[in-house]
Every structure is written in C-alpha cells, then in structure tokens.
Design a protein around this ligand. Structure first.
Ligand SMILES: [Zn+2]
Ligand SMILES: [Zn+2]
Length: 334
C-alpha cells in the first residue's frame, strides 16, 4: 500500500518539535506544531494549508512569524488551530508588527484561527489587506473531538494536561484508495493528475452511477466511464492510514486514558520522550514523559510504529539510552 501521507519530523530530536505531513502526489501538507521551521525548504513550508499548534510554549510556536513571512503576499488561506487562548496568542503575535503596507499586496493572505475548548471551538478570520484586524466576532461551534474534516480524512484532538492545555493530535484517512496498475493497463489509461480527481470523487461519495471523464495529456477528448465500474477495475479500498502526535504531557491517569483513545491502532505514533526513567521525578515536575512511559503508551495503544522526539539537552550524545529505553518498554508491554 502506498501511503497518502508521508510524515517527517521537522528537526532532530534535540531541537524544536514538529511534524510535517505532506500529501502524496499533491502540492499540500499539514503541520503539527510550529517551532523553529527555518531548516525546512520554503517550497515545503508553502505547501502547508493547516497548522496545528499543541500549545504556545516558545519551542512549539516560534515558527509562526517565519511561516507568516513566507506566506505574505500570496493568494492563500492558512488555517491555524491551537488550544484555549490561542486566538489571543495569535493576535498578540500579529499586533507585534506594523502592517501599514499590508494592503498593497496583490494577493490576499487569509488566516483562519481556531481555538479548542473542552466542548466547543472558537474561530476568527484575519485578512492581510485589512492589516490583520479581526473580521468580526469569534464564531463558536460545537467540538466533539474532531477538529477538522474533509471527505478524505479528519483530524481529531484531545485536550491533554501539560499544566496548561496541550492538544494531542491524530490524522486519519477515512479509507485508502489503492490504484491497481494492471487495471489501468487493461483500460489503456496512464497514471496522471486525473487519479487525484478520481480518488476525490470516491471520497466525496459521488453517485457511483455518475459519469467520470479521464483526461489524458495529449488527447483532445477525454474517455468517459461510469465511476462505479471504473472503480471496480482500477481501485482497491483498504483501511486508511492513521498518524498520531503526542508531545508535552505529564504522565497521569487522565492523560493516559485520553492518549490511548486518541492514538489507538495508529500506523505511526510520534511521541515525546524528554527524559530517562531514572529522571522520572524531573519529568513529572516539568510535565513531560520519560522514554519508558512513551514506549509503554505506544505499546498499549497498539500502534504499528512509533518514533520518540523532544529530548532534553541533558542527554546530548546519549540519545541511544532514550531509544533503547523506549523500545524495551514497547516490547515489554506490547
Ligand atoms: Zn516543548
Ligand atoms: Zn511545553
């Protein structure tokens, strides 16, 4: 199965955390956490359509300015999500600059900012050409655990305890559409951008009796198919991909339960492991996990793969100890 998402951590494990999640074959990506992103190629940063900030400690939010700077003057809507008080923090950032020339840009950048509370979310919009003054009052909507939905995937969040609210995040593809090469060959169809439209039609639950036109490069007219019969010949549906991201959380019972619920059966769990188990007391005081706790949570959630990150600098040159401890706990509790 070729995954739809190809996630990667934006920095090494001792530097600011963050997960970049580009979409296969699409010029688009999600970002979990907005720490220092200056090491990322700008072409990747510009793919980001939705950025989710777990909490606004500096190491998770300092990249906001750089992201905004790259996107200024582009025709783009950037959606930003964060925990309680996030709107205040974004407005604080925006009010730190003078925007007197912002209405001169040809293309309008729009920010859609959403903050998450236990049972509702608040959203507010800002346009570059209005010098990022908010457009009206914040709009309130119910929150049922799913933060954002599209036909092909959704993003769930759990509000975790890091002394402050901190979001645990999970992206889940509804199902996966695998393209069968032999099927394409039989119909004399070449792979191309039309496959993205084809998959979108399946995800949108378009009537399977509808017509679907395949436009191949260099051919003046498209080939028409019935969507359902085309799907039968060229596609196989398998369970969707699930990727979860947990960072900056204390190990306690409520967090434990919420993390297992959110991350259960993930294909890949990215989970912080700031400390070694021998320094468990300090981990508790700083509201972070140990590598042992991270490995145990990964095992109990039944994830297929996991990666630890966000190491304390006290373990510089000793990262092997963290990896080893996490893996030992994973094997023990799996
Ligand atoms: Zn942190
Ligand atoms: Zn933190």
């Amino acid at each position: 199965m070729r995954p739809s998402f190809n996630p990667r951590l934006i920095n090494g494990p001792f530097r600011d955390p963050g997960l970049f999640i580009p979409f296969h074959f699409q010029n688009r990506a999600l970002l979990f956490d907005l720490g220092d992103i200056s090491g990322m190629p700008p072409r990747d940063i510009l793919k980001i359509s939705h950025a989710f900030v777990t909490h606004t400690h500096m190491d998770h939010f300092i990249g906001f300015d750089y992201l905004l700077r790259l996107m200024l003057g582009r025709e783009k809507t950037l959606a930003l999500y964060g925990p309680q008080d996030f709107i205040n923090h974004v407005e604080g950032k925006l009010s730190g600059y003078n925007w007197n020339l912002a209405d001169k840009y040809n293309y309008p950048l729009v920010l859609e900012v959403t903050e998450v509370h236990p049972d509702y979310k608040l959203g507010r919009r800002y346009r570059c050409k209005d010098r990022f003054r908010p457009l009206g009052q914040a709009v309130r909507q119910p929150f049922d655990g799913v933060l954002y939905r599209e036909p092909a995937f959704n993003i769930s969040a759990a509000i975790l305890d890091h002394q402050i609210s901190c979001l645990g995040l999970s992206v889940r593809e509804r199902f996966h559409v695998n393209i069968i090469k032999e099927g394409l060959n039989r119909l004399e169809l070449e792979p191309g951008p039309w496959l993205t439209d084809f998959k979108q039609a399946i995800y949108s639950q378009t009537d399977l009796a509808d017509g679907f036109e395949v436009n191949l490069p260099g051919q003046p007219t498209g080939k028409r198919f019935e969507l359902g019969s085309l799907a039968e010949q060229i596609a196989r549906i398998t369970p969707g991909q699930k990727i979860s991201y947990i960072t900056d959380v204390i190990y306690n019972d409520p967090n434990h339960e919420k993390i297992l619920n959110l991350a259960r059966d993930s294909d890949h769990l990215y989970i912080e492991a700031a400390f070694l188990e021998k320094d468990r007391k300090i981990a508790g005081q700083k509201h972070h996990l140990t590598a042992h706790q991270a490995g145990k949570l990964a095992a109990e959630a039944g994830v297929r793969h996991f990666t630890i990150f966000h190491f304390s600098p006290r373990y510089t040159d000793q990262e092997n100890l963290l990896y080893r401890e996490a893996m030992a706990a994973f094997e023990r509790f799996a």
